[in-house]
Design a protein around this ligand. Structure first.
Ligand SMILES: Nc1ncnc2c1ncn2[C@@H]1O[C@H](COP(=O)(O)OP(=O)(O)OP(=O)(O)O)[C@@H](O)[C@H]1O
Length: 266
């Protein structure tokens, strides 16, 4: 079996971002440089307030940096009308950023935020609708439903397509959240503390699933986490301190680690 070729999905170049802070500015990201490739999962660890969520906000086109480039590959997205190539998220208008986010970026936050009145299947179908796939009409509905069912099977929820969120456990809701984030075949999957509301066992299941899905869906996954248990299974680990992002040794004690850049372990 051949390993799919890894390509850069997100590249941050000299990214700096500040928040207005009373009379001055607080620097949340300070000259951040990093590249995240397809088919890899990277953890970002670091103390509270160090800038981890700000990094995801910039990577997810939710906030524009003050300076620097945030280059996202739009290469293989079937859901974007825009040209194939690379966009600089730092330069997009709010409307364009929303379109790129819906078509190319999957977001998973601590709380699943599922819509209470939609079934599990409908949550995924609604996301596909927002992603504006180019397939239309009945063919689109069939393709959407087939993809949703495949993803629900991948996250171990194939029997639960018609349940409402209120009738799921916390771990099951988080798995729906992850399936929903993958619905539009994003190149980039951004995950912020997905296990913080889960017990250890369910948290471990969700993390294992994210690692597997990153490989099968070929996404570049960036995972912000305080949980060091699974760091050895990450392709790379970065540490954020005071807005500075640097490669970290955390979790990697074996001889496979690289000596240059973040520690790639496979
Ligand atoms: N909307 C905002 N307005 C002003 N300052 C903010 C805002 N959001 C975050 N900050 C500040 O920016 C810095 C980085 O915050 P950020 O949320 O990115 O940290 P974090 O590493 O994700 O923290 P945690 O682990 O606690 O979630 C902190 O000093 C925080 O107080």
């Amino acid at each position: 079996m051949t390993t799919p070729r890894r390509t850069p999905i997100l590249t941050l170049e000299h990214v700096t971002m500040t928040y207005a802070d009373g009379t001055g500015h607080l620097t949340a990201l300070d000259d951040v440089n990093a590249t995240f490739d397809s088919g890899t999962i990277s953890a970002v660890i670091g103390p509270s307030g160090s800038g981890k969520s700000s990094l995801l906000a910039v990577a997810g086109a939710l906030r524009r940096p003050d300076s620097g480039r945030v280059l996202l590959s739009t290469g293989t997205s079937p859901t974007l009308e825009s040209s194939y190539g690379t966009v600089d998220l730092a330069q997009l208008s709010a409307g364009a950023a929303t379109r790129v986010r819906r078509g190319r970026i999957g977001l998973v936050f601590q709380q699943p935020n599922l819509l209470p009145s939609l079934t599990v299947l409908e949550q995924l179908q609604a996301t596909a609708h927002l992603g504006q796939t180019r397939i239309v009409g009945a063919a689109r509905r069939r393709a959407t439903t087939a993809r949703a069912r495949d993803l629900l099977a991948a996250v171990g929820l194939d029997g639960m397509a018609h349940r409402l969120p209120a009738h799921l456990s916390g771990g099951q809701r988080q798995r729906v959240n992850i399936a929903r984030a993958l619905m539009n075949e994003p190149g980039l999957l951004l995950v912020d503390e997905p296990t913080s509301a889960l017990d250890t066992e369910r948290g471990a299941q969700v993390l294992s699933m994210l690692i597997d899905l990153t490989a099968t869906a070929d996404t570049a996954t960036i995972l912000v986490t305080h949980d060091r248990t699974h760091l050895a299974r990450m392709n790379a680990v970065y540490r954020m301190v005071d807005g500075n992002l640097s490669p970290s040794d955390a979790g990697h004690t074996d001889s496979r680690r690289s000596t240059v850049g973040p520690h790639i372990v496979n």
